[in-house]
Design a protein around this ligand. Structure first.
Ligand code: NAD
Length: 358
């Protein structure tokens, strides 16, 4: 493992993005999205993703300095063309618009086409919650989910994020792939050279596999819930719901039409879609924040089935990780990640990260 100062990771990531022509603002916004994922304990969506973005820019399939534009809007809705910018640029544009509309009308619902991978969905929902709204963020992704009873993939890992502010500094933070896990968790097992738990992915024969390489090569993740006996069809349905809000609403690539994403940057522009929603809880019954906090604090004090594992509220794991990262002002990476970042630095002629080996 290697420990790196948070500011140093941001410096490295933005240097790499700027080295391939990205503007200062777009580079900083994308780097902040990635470092937050590392700090919250989702390393699959942090530094691990940087090289894929770089390759897309170098191939010309992502145009980081374009400007998103509104194609159609009403008081509470907007349809946006991201114009092939980085996912963070597109998502700041989309969620800012949803927040503005929620401020004016109580609700903002924005659908975005022509975008690229936008990382940890919770980052975007949280942006609205920071302004006092219930924030929701959805995105479609490359097809990786095998619908229940299918040997083939047809939908993305299509995450759902809902974040809402409570009183006393509490918040509800749900951020989840609609597959059993995000594909990045299989990549992380591969980086560590470890197998995956059963229930995550199928092999080419349609049966569950624990072989991380076979799972990665087959690219057929099981829906949230796993097989049919354990109600995996509900995860399939939720992934399809996300596609309804994203690619099907925005006219971007959708479902089985989305390209496979790889380090080669092949397959043309991703033309991904996101959906951003902000809702003002003050438009409903007074006391939203207090009731939410009452629930969150009630869940945490329930008697646990295992005394060593207290009941958590959605988001508690991320908040604990974020607090630890903020105190130490560092994040830790596995050796393979450090090595591939050094190789990337050399390739782009960028100063490598200053790493303290543990
Ligand atoms: N942009 C994309 O293409 C894309 C696609 C898929 C996933 N993702 C991201 O990948 C990340 C990881 O997704 P995931 O589904 O593997 O997350 P996960 O399974 O680690 O967590 C999902 C949710 O469950 C909560 N949780 C975890 N343990 C809990 C417990 N014991 N009790 C109560 N709540 C608990 C977490 O706080 C979180 O809200 C997310 O940030 C997601 O947005 C992005």
């Amino acid at each position: 493992m290697g420990k790196v100062a948070t500011a140093e990771v941001v410096r490295f990531m933005s240097d790499c993005l700027k080295a391939v022509g990205t503007s200062e603002l777009a580079a900083i916004q994308q780097a902040d999205l990635l470092i937050q994922a590392d700090a919250l304990g989702h390393p699959s969506h942090g530094l691990n993703r940087l090289e894929l973005y770089i390759n897309d820019i170098l191939k010309g399939t992502c145009k980081p300095n374009n400007e998103p534009r509104i194609l159609k809007e009403s008081a509470s809705t907007a349809w946006v063309d991201a114009n092939n910018v980085l996912g963070a640029t597109a998502s700041h544009f989309g969620m800012n618009l949803a927040i503005k509309k929620a401020r004016d009308t109580g609700v903002g619902w924005v659908t975005v086409k022509g975008s690229n991978h936008n990382g940890m969905a919770g980052y975007w929902a949280n942006k609205a919650a920071d302004e006092g709204f219930i924030g929701m963020a959805f995105t479609n992704t490359s097809p990786l989910l095998a619908p229940t009873r299918s040997k083939q993939e047809a939908l993305g890992t299509n995450p759902i994020a809902v974040v809402a502010p409570g009183s006393q500094g509490e918040s509800f933070y749900l951020d989840m792939a609609t597959t059993a896990v995000a594909v990045g968790k299989i990549e992380m097992q591969l980086r560590k050279g470890e197998p995956i738990p059963s229930g995550w992915a199928q092999g080419p024969d349609g049966q569950e596999t624990t072989d991380a390489q076979l799972a990665f090569d087959t690219s057929c993740l099981m829906p949230l819930g796993g097989g049919e006996q354990t109600s995996g069809y509900k995860g399939f349905g939720l992934s399809a719901m996300v596609e309804l809000f994203c690619g099907i609403s925005s006219g971007a690539n959708y479902g089985h039409h989305v390209r496979a994403w790889s380090h080669s940057g092949d397959g043309g522009p991703a033309n991904l879609s996101h959906c951003f929603v902000a809702v003002d809880p003050q438009r409903f019954a007074p006391g939203f924040g207090d009731r939410l906090t009452d629930c969150i604090q009630h869940w945490r004090q329930l008697e646990p089935t295992d005394p060593s594992l207290p009941v958590l509220a959605p988001g508690d794991k991320e908040k604990i990780n974020a607090r630890d990262a903020a105190i130490s002002e560092t994040v830790s990476y596995i050796k393979q990640q450090i090595d591939s970042s050094s190789a990337l630095a050399e390739r782009l002629n960028v100063r490598p990260m200053n790493v303290e080996l543990e």
